[in-house]
Design a protein around this ligand. Structure first.
Ligand SMILES: [Zn+2]
Length: 597
């Protein structure tokens, strides 16, 4: 175990238990699949993470818990009618699955969530996920069944919800002198949280491995996580206890690169060069040389960022990063402080980092190629309703980056749609990079609305790279409310210098300052003759300092016809100066107070 985490000076010996909660088919693909609940999380995602921990961390004991109900269980919505006589309040009221009721009996008065029938003993879906590495032959592996009393539900692996009956878990942990408990599994906001909280109550030093859990609803996940934190449970990521095998390439690399003798690097360089030509075969990826990312790499926020760039080995003598995929456990390399080389054509995204305090930062990758199987059948059905070449509006559908693979494949490639509105979803730069790739050589899309997402400067970067190539037909781009700063404006300005297609650009409600405006105005002034409509409204960091660059832009550029700049931080004098521009150029209008002033 990583000493940083598990050493407790007060105890003589640290004994670690890993409790893996309910990683059962029922919660992954079965009747109570988390992907169907409001947070739409995929329970299967915890399997490789938990497996990796099982393989690489030497836990002293491991307990798999099983939700294990008789078919007449109190928690089943399907059993509501049989138990109506115990309903508190109106016994004839209609309820839906997932509603909470209060039963006054048969044993206790208690609140109960009416779950769809799930984890019924001896049925197929009660099984643990088939890929979960359950090595039951070892004597330190235990299986805990819970919820077998038909009249009391049991979220925690220690107790039923009424703390009336105890499972054997606490006894086992005591027998093994366990001091530290690590909890992961399904679902974060119910059985995982209840188990972790009980472990804490029983005085175990308790950790929740957050990235190895998936839950039911975003709100309760965050509430329960806060409660756990407040009660003293340490919320950690698997990377903090993850340990590479010595046989792994990256372990050897770590050792090599920590040596002062740089000649020892040579064999690794040769190895990587061997794979290098394959990487170079992809002309498309050449457009994605991303620089200076390493500064951001060390923050956890950059998880799920997509990496696809390369650099020759000439500067490898700087800091070295080692990258690894999680599934399958394949190692990829990156070199030096400024650039990374991936030895794989496929895009990858980090999912986490190991030992961020070390000199070398291994980064784990998972594949994110467009063809990956994706489970969002709801979205698939929705897309089927649209005709080819149509205008698709998927605003406010809680779409994630993962969904952008479907959108790319189905809407952009297959249906060749003309307009795509993805307003108010949960799309980050990762999703944008997927869309951006598909836009290359796309001849149908002319309007893309990504407003009110989390595109950020990185997303703008991906889009800008593609739009600079003029290999698409996109005329209108809406990037309103996406936390775009001057960094993003650098990329946009660069793009605007070469793009000859875009006519409308919406950048409302971002975090653009006068510097960003200077870059943009400069690009439009000197190198663009296509942008006609520009929205900069509600960028409250724009002040009168921008006036001069805007005046310069409007005076010289002939294409710009409309500029919206209300709700910025402009003085009355500044607004007046902008309005005067309308005298100079009869085709130009600027709106400084409202939509039409
Ligand atoms: Zn249950």
């Amino acid at each position: 175990m990583n000493n940083q985490i598990s050493t407790d000076k007060n105890s003589l010996r640290v004994v670690n238990a890993f409790i893996i909660v309910d990683v059962q088919d029922c919660f992954i693909t079965g009747n109570l699949a988390l992907s169907n609940s409001s947070a739409r999380q995929n329970g299967a995602e915890v399997v490789p993470i938990i497996n990796h921990l099982l393989q690489t961390v030497s836990f002293d004991i491991i307990a798999f818990t099983h939700d294990w109900h008789p078919s007449n269980h109190i928690s089943f919505f399907e059993n509501l009618d049989e138990r109506r006589k115990y309903l508190k309040g109106d016994q004839n009221k209609t309820y839906e699955p997932m509603d909470t009721v209060t039963y006054t009996g048969p044993k206790f008065e208690m609140e109960q969530v009416l779950w769809p029938k799930h984890c019924v003993q001896e049925t197929a879906e009660v099984e643990l996920h088939k890929d979960l590495m359950v090595n039951s032959s070892k004597n330190n592996i235990f299986h805990i069944k819970k919820g077998n009393d038909s009249d009391i539900d049991s979220y925690s692996a220690f107790w039923d919800n009424f703390k009336r009956q105890e499972t054997e878990l606490h006894n086992i942990l005591k027998q093994w002198n366990v001091t530290h408990v690590y909890v992961a599994g399904l679902a974060t906001d119910y059985c995982v949280a209840a188990t972790a909280l009980d472990a804490m109550d029983l005085n175990y030093t308790t950790y929740l491995i957050q990235d190895a859990c998936r839950g039911v609803a975003n709100e309760s996940i965050s509430n329960k996580t806060n409660e756990m934190r407040q009660r003293g449970i340490q919320i950690i990521q698997s990377r903090q206890i993850w340990k590479p095998f010595s046989k792994y390439l990256l372990t050897n690399l770590n050792t090599t690169f920590q040596l002062k003798n740089k000649h020892k690097y040579q064999s690794w360089i040769i190895y990587s060069k061997h794979r290098f030509p394959r990487f170079l075969c992809s002309p498309f990826l050449h457009n994605f040389i991303v620089r200076d990312i390493n500064l951001h790499l060390q923050t956890y926020e950059n998880e799920r960022k997509i990496f696809f760039w390369w650099k020759e080995f000439s500067s490898y003598t700087f800091l070295t990063y080692v990258l690894q995929s999680t599934w399958p456990f394949e190692t990829r390399l990156s070199f030096n402080s400024q650039y990374y080389l991936l030895t794989h054509i496929e895009q990858s995204k980090t999912i986490n980092f190991l030992n961020p305090n070390d000199y070398i930062h291994p980064v784990r990758f998972v594949s994110s190629s467009i063809d990956h199987h994706n489970q969002n059948t709801q979205l698939q059905q929705l897309i089927e309703q649209y005709q080819d070449h149509s205008h698709v509006d998927l605003s406010e559908h809680q779409l994630t980056d993962e969904d952008m693979k479907i959108i790319s494949k189905e809407i952009l490639i297959r249906k060749q749609c003309k307009q795509l509105v993805l307003k108010s979803n949960r799309i980050t730069s990762v999703g944008v990079s997927i869309l951006a790739q598909t836009l290359h050589n796309n001849n149908s899309l002319n309007y893309l609305d990504l407003s009110s997402n989390q595109v950020s400067d990185d997303g703008v970067h991906f889009l800008s790279k593609i739009l600079s190539m003029n290999s698409n037909t996109l005329k209108k781009l809406d990037l309103g409310k996406n936390r775009i700063t001057d960094d993003g404006m650098k990329h946009l300005a660069q793009m605007i210098k070469t793009n000859k297609i875009l006519t409308q650009l919406d950048l409302c409600s971002n975090e653009i300052t006068d510097e960003g405006i200077r870059l943009l105005a400069n690009a439009i002034e000197n190198s663009n003759s296509t942008i006609e409509l520009l929205w900069l409204t509600s960028n409250t960091l724009i002040t009168d300092k921008s006036i001069e660059s805007i005046i310069g832009m409007v005076k010289k550029n002939q294409s710009l016809k409309r500029l919206w700049m209300f709700k910025c931080n402009l003085s009355e004098i500044g607004k007046k100066k902008l309005k005067e521009l309308e005298q100079l150029n009869k085709n130009f209008r600027v709106y400084v107070n409202n939509w039409k002033d």
